[in-house]
Design a protein around this ligand. Structure first.
Ligand code: DX5
Ligand code: ZN
Length: 222
């Protein structure tokens, strides 16, 4: 069984002290970096110049989550820059498989993100083309929202499909993940957990350890 990966989201960090905020999460597996364009989602964060500096100073790999309309234009750029994984939303490109191929050509992991209202069935046969599926457990755009348990059947379907394909596909959940909700996601097959508020509102090192322990407990039982 794969172990659980914890990816704190710097959306919940203090943007004026990013280097220190990154140092606080060095025990995590990757840092989750939310790029928003105020078009795909009604919020705006940052773009390539800021991400390049994050790459320079981060003690852990970068997990890019692109909530942007023009994924074909920008996803390859983040992959070429050196991000460990680049995830775009299913609606943000006409050809998800082709875009995943470009991302992989830069030796980055290719991810596809599924919003709460997006069906997962059309992508089940395409899964071998991806390294990760991000199941949004809130509406994308903002941190600090409540976990949506109604997204769990999609995770279960993806977990069954990856077993059927026999592939090493990471299943990521993002939104409202806390020590109280991580277990249900883990039990439905998630192995990669994004947590913004839950990590940065407390002592990040302790929060990361608690999240990892809670996920492990549920994964080992199901
Ligand atoms: C929301 C972002 C998340 C966000 C999660 O659109 O994709 O990564 O930072 O924040 P929390 O963990 O606070 O729900
Ligand atoms: Zn995210």
């Amino acid at each position: 069984m794969t172990s659980s990966r914890i990816h704190p989201s710097i959306l919940a960090a203090d943007f004026v002290n990013l280097q220190q905020e990154l140092a606080r999460i060095e025990t995590a597996d990757s840092v989750h970096v939310d790029v928003m364009d105020n078009h795909f989602v009604p919020n705006l964060t940052f773009g390539p110049p800021v991400v390049e500096r994050i790459l320079d100073v981060s003690p852990i790999p970068l997990d890019m989550h692109l909530m942007i309309t023009d994924a074909d234009r920008w996803a390859p750029e983040y992959a070429e820059m050196g991000a460990d994984s680049v995830t775009f939303h299913a609606e943000a490109t006409d050809n998800p498989v082709a875009l995943a191929r470009v991302i992989r050509s830069f030796d980055a992991r290719a991810g596809i993100a599924i919003k709460p209202g997006t069906q997962v069935e059309p992508y089940l046969e395409l899964l071998p083309n991806f390294d990760m599926v991000l199941v949004m457990t809130v509406e994308p755009g903002f941190g600090g929202q409540a976990f949506m348990p109604e997204t769990m059947p999609k995770l279960k379907m993806l977990n069954e499909a990856r077993k059927r394909h026999g592939i090493d596909l990471w299943l990521q959940v993002d939104g409202g993940i806390t020590v109280d909700t991580i277990g249900i996601a883990a039990a439905h097959g998630a192995d990669t957990f994004v947590a913004g508020s839950a990590v940065y509102k407390g002592n990040p090192e302790l929060q990361i350890a608690s999240l990892r322990a809670a996920a492990k407990q549920h994964r080992s039982c199901c």
